[in-house]
Design a binder for this molecule. Structure first.
Ligand code: KG4
Ligand code: ZN
Length: 347
């Protein structure tokens, strides 16, 4: 009789920005728990994440969140096979809280420690429910801090093809939302406003850089929105307060379309370059319905059609499921860290 092999339980810890998250995942895909303590309310009034506030809030929440994630999963320390933690990239003062918690528990409980790259973990979210990943894949990561294209040969083999030379896509959404005086965080606010807008109302620039370039630049479009609202010389009156809801909606929809056009064109170029069979989409901006829809259309109309794998909505923005899930692959590959592990701002 064949004996069923014991499942591998990984505790994932994520504190790279403004979410304190912990999760327990079995065998890389069975989500036993996922806890996220969001700090949105704390940063709202500053219009962006304040590193010191983030760090202090992580410190306050990290152990209760881990304890609750284990309780909800119904596991004790004895059931855990390893502890995975996002140690890069992100805000160093935020990452350090998760890293110290993970190292402490690893030492106290005698469990192996696994270091996770937060961006690779975002990609892992797109692969959560896929059994037959057809490779090679092009992976597009669009978050608040990063916009990257990767050549993906396995969950652990990623080669950077291109990235932003200035603002990240999510950062552009957040900054344009601030210009339009829409609520923080900006991405979901722009998406909501854009639903009632005309995406062809205003022709904002699409910065493609050179014809073969796989890099991104979003600062031009952000500046174009700013000039549109305040005049070319920035001396004009801020027109946003006197704009109708429809005008705001038109700006939001036109901006969103311009950003998506650029993301699609670069993803298409990358897919052609490596002969991708699959496109993977992850990161906070991957929660955007219009982006998901248009990328699906692009994949369907490719010859031959490509498979699109998108992170499920709850796992687009920062979470620890993606950390634990990628931790499983590193566990299987025997890729462990030790207690000298440090946080690193750059990935
Ligand atoms: O991945 P994430 O949670 O954090 C980072 O690793 O940066 O991404 C957060 C970013 C923010 O810029 C937020 O505005 C954006 O994702 N975002 C969205 C949407 N939901 C979140 N952008 C566009 N549309 C959305 N629905
Ligand atoms: Zn992230």
């Amino acid at each position: 009789m064949k004996t069923k092999s014991k499942s591998v339980n990984i505790l994932g810890i994520e504190t790279s920005c403004d979410e304190t998250a912990a999760a327990v995942v079995a065998d890389g895909r069975i989500i036993k728990s996922s806890l996220i303590a969001s700090q949105t309310k704390l940063h709202e009034k500053y219009g962006g994440v304040v590193p010191e506030i983030a760090s202090r809030a992580h410190l306050e929440k990290i152990y209760p969140v881990i304890a609750e994630a284990m309780a909800q999963a119904g596991v004790t320390k004895d059931d855990l096979d390893a502890i995975a933690v996002a140690n890069q990239p992100g805000l160093t003062v935020a990452l350090v809280v998760g890293v110290i918690a993970a190292k402490t528990l690893s030492f106290a409980w005698g469990k192996p420690l696994i270091a996770i790259n937060h961006l690779y973990a975002h990609l892992q979210s797109a692969m959560l429910s896929e059994d037959n990943l057809e490779l090679p894949a092009v992976a597009l990561i669009v978050s608040g801090g990063h916009t990257c294209l990767y050549d993906c040969r396995s969950p652990l083999e990623l080669k950077l093809l291109g990235s932003t030379i200035d603002d990240a896509a999510g950062e552009a959404f957040d900054k344009v939302a601030a210009i339009l005086k829409l609520p923080y965080p900006g991405g979901p606010s722009i998406e909501k406003a854009a639903e009632k807008g005309n995406p062809d109302a205003i022709k904002f620039p699409r910065t493609m850089l050179s014809p073969q370039s796989l890099d991104f630049s979003f600062s031009g479009i952000k500046t174009a929105v700013l000039y549109y609202c305040r005049g070319q010389d920035m001396k004009g009156e801020d027109k946003v307060d006197s704009m109708s809801r429809q005008q705001i909606a038109d700006i939001a929809a036109s901006f969103q379309k311009a950003v998506i056009d650029v993301l699609l064109e670069k993803t298409h170029r990358a897919a052609e370059k490596i002969g991708a069979k699959t496109i993977l989409l992850g990161g906070g901006v991957a929660a955007n319905n219009e982006l998901r829809k248009r990328l699906q259309q692009m994949c369907n109309s490719a010859a031959p059609p490509k498979k699109l794998l998108v992170a499920p909505k709850p796992y687009c923005t920062d979470n620890a499921v993606m950390v634990a899930s990628l931790g499983y692959h590193k566990f299987k590959a025997g890729l462990f860290a030790d207690l000298t592990l440090e946080p690193a701002a750059m990935g």
